[in-house]
Ligand binder design. Structure first.
Ligand code: TRP
Ligand code: SF4
Length: 439
């Protein structure tokens, strides 16, 4: 299986995907201690991660951390797009420093939008809805208008080569160069928040759909490649700080020793191995040490970016089966749909009900392959008890699809009406969020 961030395939088998690409499963241990665990954790909507432990630690310790994610302004905003903003709003409420990139350059390079179209869609659809959904002031910017992001994208490319990007993205001789640069601009997005000017080195969470994992892997690699130090468990099990460049090793080892001193750790410096070993350090000491070293690197003119952490959420099934997509209006509920439009789509939606009413009563339905149930699960029903009840009644044949649909129509109507009401005020507030020219 291949993950291609620009294709629109569906990834039904999430655990296989995880195993194949080395994505970690997100377990209750990862989120149970966080404040008011939201339904996207409890219900496995966010199913995997890379390096979420760093974020969890920062949250629990009250240390600074950042969140950056991006949106591709292509088409109208639908329910599938709402999943990421639900997460952003939660993380913002527990202290994340939030940045949102509008990928207008990427939309231009890979989807054929003009920057003007991308801008209009981004503001009218995404940003306005985000604010209406409850996003508090934060930094929203356009790739094309952010000098630091673009510079960083270009400069970070120094440590990525053609074989690497062709292996990850399948680029070939016919790929246009703006497209080739898109993954680097995305690295610029993700890593610029760790520049001193934007808050400095700190854990950074990138919540995305799993189609974005190639970009995350690439970015983690690029961030690591620009580091001067590497803190790791060596083959013999000892923890050590290793100098990566081959020049200036003695001075860098001095620097490492300086950062380590005062932490109550024994040091054994071996210039020959470009290392300072820490015989009594434990793996739990690594993150704090790594962060201190990254900050020191920045003091000395290097990038010093921690590799970003990521989480992956599931995709939403379209109302007609397949994928929920803006290019197929009947498959999606748009946040700007009227209740009547939504009703029509929901009434026509594919359920997990049996072929006939009699069959359904006798054998029950299949909520796990029902789009209406999915809407309850992802968006419409907050109470776990109520949801479990519908699940059970569906399986036993007590719950009828018609009743579910009526309920979905009703809940969706109140949601859409509320959105409609809030959007007018939200449109006035866009200026408090969007930074037009930065860097
Ligand atoms: N590539 C993302 C998409 O296709 C958009 C994006 C741009 C992004 N920059 C980002 C996502 C940074 C996460 C982080 O939707
Ligand atoms: Fe879906 Fe409800 Fe029908 Fe079950 S009864 S298949 S949950 S619509």
């Amino acid at each position: 299986m291949e993950i291609n961030p620009w294709s629109s395939a569906q990834y039904a088998d999430y655990s296989r995907l995880r195993e194949q690409f080395g994505i970690q499963a997100l377990q209750p241990d990862d989120w149970e201690q966080l404040p008011r665990p939201p339904s996207f954790f409890r219900r496995g909507i966010v199913f995997g991660h890379r390096g979420f432990g760093l974020i969890r630690q920062a949250i629990l310790a009250g240390d600074p951390w950042a969140l950056l994610t991006g949106l591709m302004p292509s088409g109208r905003m639908h329910l599938g797009h709402k999943m990421v903003i639900d997460q952003i709003i939660y993380y913002q409420s527990i202290g994340a420093d939030v940045f949102i990139a509008i990928a207008d350059i990427e939309a231009y390079a890979t989807r054929g939008y003009t920057l003007e179209e991308a801008e209009r869609l981004a503001i009218q659809e995404y940003v306005t809805n985000y604010i209406a959904l409850g996003l508090q002031p934060c930094t929203i910017y356009f790739q094309s208008r952010h000098r630091d992001v673009k510079n960083l994208g270009y400069l970070l490319g120094k440590k990525a080569n053609w074989s690497e990007v062709t292996a990850i993205y399948g680029f070939n001789g016919a790929t246009n160069m703006a497209h080739v640069l898109a993954p680097l601009i995305q690295c610029g997005d993700i890593l610029h928040v760790q520049m001193e000017k934007y808050g400095g080195a700190r854990p950074t969470l990138v919540p995305v759909g799993v189609d974005q994992d190639p970009h995350i892997r690439f970015c983690r690699g690029v961030a690591a490649a620009h580091r001067l130090f590497n803190v790791t468990v060596a083959k013999d099990g000892r923890i050590g700080v290793f100098v990566k460049p081959d020049e200036d090793v003695a001075r860098l080892l001095d620097l490492a020793a300086q950062v380590i001193s005062g932490r109550g750790l024994t040091m054994k410096r071996l210039d020959r191995y470009k290392a300072v070993y820490l015989p009594d350090a434990s793996p739990e000491d690594i993150p704090a040490l790594d962060l201190a070293l990254a900050r020191e690197e920045q003091e000395h003119g290097a990038y010093g970016f921690l590799s970003p952490s990521s989480t992956y959420h599931r995709f939403m099934t379209g109302l007609t089966g397949g994928k929920m997509s803006s290019s197929k209006p009947e498959s999606a509920i748009f946040l700007t749909d009227t209740p009547a439009e939504a009703k029509k789509k929901i009434m026509a939606a594919k359920t997990g009900g049996a072929v006939s009413r009699e069959e359904h009563k006798k054998h029950g339905g299949q909520p796990e392959s029902c789009v209406v149930y999915e809407m309850f699960l992802y968006h419409l029903i907050d109470s776990d008890r109520e949801l479990a009840d519908i699940y059970r009644r569906c399986r036993s044949g007590e719950q009828m699809c018609g009743d579910c649909k009526k309920m979905a129509v009703c809940l969706m109507e109140s949601f859409l009406v509320e959105m409609q009401e809030k959007r007018a005020a939200a449109a006035e507030q866009v200026g408090d969020y969007v930074v037009w020219d930065e860097g």
